[in-house]
Write a protein that binds this ligand. Sequence first.
Ligand code: OAD
Length: 253
Amino acid sequence: MKDIEQAAKLILNSAYVLCLTGAGISVESGIRPFRGPGGLWTEFGEPPMDGYQRLLQNPKKHWEEIARRGSRDSEFVRALGEAKPNPAHLALAELEQLGILKYLITQNIDNLHLADGSYHVAEIHGNSQKLRCVRCGNRYAREAISLEILPPQCPRCRGLIKTDTVMFGEPIPKDMLRLCQRETDKADCMIVVGTSAFVYPAAGFPLEVKQKGGILIEINPYATEISPLCDILLKGKAGEILPQLVVSIKAIR
Ligand code: OAD
């Protein structure tokens, strides 16, 4: 409790508070993380790292495989479809509405921040509900693109359409990277929630905030790559800690 109050004070004393979220924030919404206890890859191992290259080599085959999988969706895809925002997503939306949280960078593709009223959200690994053109980078709602002829083409530039979700081996889209960098440059405090801080470039943002003298507050039940650098470690589940943090911020503001 003392740590939560101290975190609340540091947040209120900061000029530009940014948040970085990872898979852990959605665990309480029923979506498994990738690493750590209960992680998909802890159980099944990491998938091949050349998914994007294989898509580019044979886009038709890639899309036909997606079409074939259809109703035999993986456990992960099913969980994405069923997940609802949890109190952690709600707490961050409230912090934004209070004018305290300025921007949120999420590595999650599950749309749960946007579904729960956060507006300033950069989805660095994309959004599973959207499609994106490989050539011009334009994003589309899934329903806006016909899948009758595979692979689908961009209505604007005729480029190849893929899911917006960033694949293994795929560079982060330039517009998204620029947005994340712009926000990180402004931040003097970062709340890091539910990420192993293992995957770059996202894992580099807290390091940058720290390097320029900013504050790092981590919310996670377990230690991560960046725990040693953090000013405050709030050990526990995001869905329990974040609502308490908001209560504390409102009490002393
Ligand atoms: P990870 O699965 O690597 O890490 C999840 C983190 O959440 C771990 O540090 C857990 O300790 C923590 N955690 C678990 N339950 C939690 C809870 N209830 N509350 C708070 N934290 C909890 O997930 P990410 O760091 O997001 O990329 O992984 C980064 C990227 O790796 C993903 O975006 C994905 C993958 O490659 C793509 O798919 C492109």
